[in-house]
Design a protein around this ligand. Structure first.
Ligand SMILES: Cc1cc2nc3c(=O)[nH]c(=O)nc-3n(C[C@H](O)[C@H](O)[C@H](O)COP(=O)(O)OP(=O)(O)OC[C@H]3O[C@@H](n4cnc5c(N)ncnc54)[C@H](O)[C@@H]3O)c2cc1C
Length: 388
């Protein structure tokens, strides 16, 4: 029986408190300054790594904390609840599963202990392409075997943290689409050491929020064949395998954001006096905050359910997708309630609301957009006809 009580253990509550305390050592000014300069939060990511939080999912035998997805999700929640942005480092947690489940013993022994200590960063995940977008099986980047190497050619778009990472998990086509029986066949995953990789051009993109995102161009890039993860041609199923973890972790980013917006909105509307009383006494101000709070709490329950099922090795596709959808919507509702109650001050950088507003908007689009989650629920949970 999976434990479906939603109370956290003493250890889990202590973990949350410790992550919140560490995150609070990086004040709003820290994030504001980096945001303005679009710079990576090096000091913050190093502090999290040193404390062992980014190795939460790495098993003990490889030097990690050996924790579950629930604990990993609580870590991300508290980073965002503190006013920081876990997007700088969350990928290491959700990419990890592919390496843990499908990587060879040699790959794990070579990389995981160094990732656990922070000697290596695995923060880049190269999937999206300009010509295929959400239709991943149509991606056009190719990896062709030549002896003990693969030669990679193609383009990727919106690939984050490439310049801050040592390793990238790359999805490329190893068998042309016209030669495979199923369009999901013929794609392969590679663990690539991207430090000084010849033929790889990284072009940073200035985005709406501080996200270290890039366009990538591969021109006859040679990568060692021993970077292939699992079997050639099975990469798409490996990526799909990691989707539930990714959904749960991204839901947690959103839940943390949602809680930050609610706390900020409550504090501000309790003290801001207009027309002789705190604005929070007006139902037009109070009710949107109350509604957003309920949405965040409901999303949290679905996230906990998904995480408990995941950690018990039970199917959790429906719950993980619903958690991601509900949490992204709840955070967006909370963001709007928060910016509304701040009036003009919500748009002033020094209040941080506009920064968090921009940051949380992402989770309705990436790493998977809300429409594709709805399509998953329609087709796989409700049995409706396939829409794409
Ligand atoms: C800041 C940022 C960071 C990112 N980081 C990474 C990264 O590190 N690695 C990586 O691989 N990718 C990354 N992405 C890419 C992200 O995952 C994609 O942008 C996202 O999956 C959508 O793909 P697309 O932009 O090509 O949109 P498209 O696939 O072109 O979709 C455009 C719109 O059409 C809608 N749509 C498409 N198909 C359907 C359908 N069948 N039914 C209904 N609606 C549909 C979608 O809802 C969407 O709103 C990042 C994106 C951003 C913005």
């Amino acid at each position: 029986m999976v434990d479906m009580t939603f109370a956290l253990t003493d250890e889990q509550r202590a973990l949350k408190a410790a992550v919140y305390d560490l995150s609070k050592q990086f004040p709003p000014e820290y994030w504001r300054e980096l945001d303005a300069k679009r710079e990576y939060p090096e000091a913050f990511v190093n502090a999290l790594t040193k404390a062992g939080y980014l190795a939460a999912l790495i098993p003990h035998e490889y030097g990690g904390a050996g924790l579950g997805i629930l604990e990993a999700s609580l870590i991300l929640e508290e980073i965002n609840r503190s006013g920081g942005n876990g997007a700088a480092c969350h990928a290491q947690m959700y990419i990890m599963g592919t390496l843990l489940r499908h990587g060879s013993e040699e790959q794990k022994r070579r990389h995981l202990p160094k990732i656990a200590t922070g000697e290596l960063r695995l923060q880049a995940f190269g999937v999206t392409e300009p010509n295929s977008g959400s239709d991943t099986t149509k991606l056009q980047t190719t990896a062709v075997r030549r002896g003990d190497r693969y030669v990679v050619n193609g383009q990727k778009i919106f690939i984050s943290r490439v310049l801050q990472s040592d390793l990238m998990l790359l999805l490329a086509r190893t068998t042309p689409l016209e030669l495979v029986k199923k369009k999901t066949d013929g794609l392969s995953v590679f663990l690539v050491d991207i430090r000084g990789l010849k033929g790889l051009e990284v072009r940073p993109l200035r985005m709406m929020m501080n996200h270290s995102t890039n366009a990538l161009f591969f021109d006859n890039v040679e990568i060692p064949a021993d970077g292939l993860v699992g079997q050639e041609g099975k990469g798409f199923t490996y990526i799909l395998d990691g989707m539930n973890a990714e959904r749960i972790l991204v839901a947690s980013d959103s839940i943390g954001d949602g809680r930050w917006f609610i706390e900020k909105a409550v504090a501000y509307s309790s003290q801001r006096v207009v027309f002789g009383k705190p604005i929070g006494a007006n139902q037009g101000v109070q009710f949107p905050i109350a509604k957003a709070h309920m949405a965040v709490e409901a999303a949290d329950l679905m996230r906990l359910k998904a995480a408990r099922l995941f950690d018990a090795g039970q199917p959790c596709g429906a719950e993980a997708n619903m958690a991601k959808y509900l949490a992204a919507e709840a955070a967006w509702e909370a963001a709007n309630a928060c910016i509304d109650c701040h009036g003009g001050y919500g748009y002033a950088e020094e209040y941080d609301v506009e920064r968090k507003f921009r940051e949380t908007r992402l989770y309705r689009t990436a790493p998977v957009n809300q429409n594709l989650v709805l399509a998953y629920i329609g087709e796989h949970v409700l049995g409706l006809p396939r829409s794409y």
